[in-house]
Structures are given as structure tokens and as C-alpha cells.
Design a protein around this ligand. Sequence first.
Ligand SMILES: Nc1ncnc2c1ncn2[C@@H]1O[C@H](COP(=O)(O)OP(=O)(O)OP(=O)(O)O)[C@@H](O)[C@H]1O
Length: 214
Amino acid sequence: MLVLEQVTVKYPDVTPLDGLDLTLAPGTTAIMGPSGSGKSTLLRLIAGIQAPTSGEVRIDGTAVVTASWRSAGDARVSFIHQDYRLVPFLTVEQNMLLAAELRGVSRSRADVGSMLGRVALPMPMRERLPAKLSGGQQQRVAIARALMAGTSVILADEPTGALDVDNTERITDILVDLGHRERLVVVVATHDPDVARRLDRRFELSRGKLVQLA
Ligand SMILES: Nc1ncnc2c1ncn2[C@@H]1O[C@H](COP(=O)(O)OP(=O)(O)OP(=O)(O)O)[C@@H](O)[C@H]1O
């Protein structure tokens, strides 16, 4: 269970989140809202990349660990970005093993094969460099890499923003599957109403709070 309680983020000029409350059980959630409404800020708080000005974020009853010299954020959360952010000079397999290692999770080459299977990528792709993959394939590797860390929360910031319609559908299918079959908490910031419609819950960020959409 992911809980945000009375969370406020104040920057010098704006207060994008203002006393925001949210409780999410496993499943898929869309966060919508115009550019600048605070979607990325909200995801950064959940990942522990940034601390709120006030309020609390908890996962399964324990406060999220915020980044410090000890950690790059909370180890229970993985992040998927619009621009994939794979390490360009490492192969697919090396990217995936590195993610596990950084989280202190022991994973083998067999695990790489099984995670690639979960995102429907053929095994020979494990030897490729990211630049030799299409955008949709790179995003599937980014999801497989997130799965290697074995986190219970997966955040995706505009994961389909750079993809065509077919790849958008495929990536959305995978995220829906993770929420439903694997019971992960999947939170997707998106501008795309077709993506949002496929998810269990939809919220709009407005005036610093989340409004649930039908
Ligand atoms: N580090 C920061 N310092 C000051 N202001 C910031 C900082 N980060 C974000 N902001 C401001 O906070 C507001 C929310 O930004 P955020 O990036 O969270 O919005 P967003 O909804 O994700 O936007 P987009 O859809 O364009 O990515 C914006 O007005 C932005 O300019």
C-alpha cells in the first residue's frame, strides 16, 4: 500500500503539491494534469528522489527513504522514464544486471532471460547495445530492468511519450499486466488519455491536489 498524507512541495515561485492525500493499493493508476502541474514532482516524492516540504510518503507503513549519500532513493521503488535512460555503453543484459546490483539484489543470467520474457523480448537481444534497439524495445528493456530490482512500486513518467501508437499499446499492456497479475503498485504520469483509460484509476493534479476522474 502506498500512502501520501498531507504532502506539500513548495518551490520559491510555485507550490505544485499542496496538502495532497493519496492511498493506492496494488494495481494501475494514471496521474494526469497539464504541463507544470506537478506530476514529475509527485513521482520524485514517491521514489524518495526528493523530500516533501511537509507531509509524509509511506510504503507498506514505513516512510519512504529519501536520497542521501547512502542511497539514490527508496529501494522499494523503480522508475521508468520517457527517454528510457539505459546506459549506452552496456548491453541489455549488463544494464539489467547493473540495476539489480545497485539495489543489492542477487540476479543471474537466467533471471535476465526470464525478465526479458515477461516483456516479450527475444533472448538474443540481451547481447545488444541500446542504440541497436527501437524506442519501443528500449522501453521494454527499461521495464525489464525495473523488474530485476524486484520492487513493489513501479513509477513511469510519460513512458509512452516518445512512442508510436503500436508501441504505446504494447508498453501499456505490460504495465497493466504488472499491476494485475503481479500485484505491483504501478503509477503512470501521462498526457495520453488512451493510456489513462486502460488503467484502474485516473487522477488529475489540479491546484496542488489530486481529483479522481471517472
Ligand atoms: N527544482 C525545482 N525548483 C523550482 N521549481 C520547480 C522545480 N522543479 C519543478 N518546479 C516547478 O514546479 C512545477 C511542477 O513541475 P513538474 O515538473 O513536477 O510538473 P509536470 O506536471 O511533471 O510537468 P510536465 O508535464 O511538463 O513534465 C512547475 O511550475 C515547475 O516549473
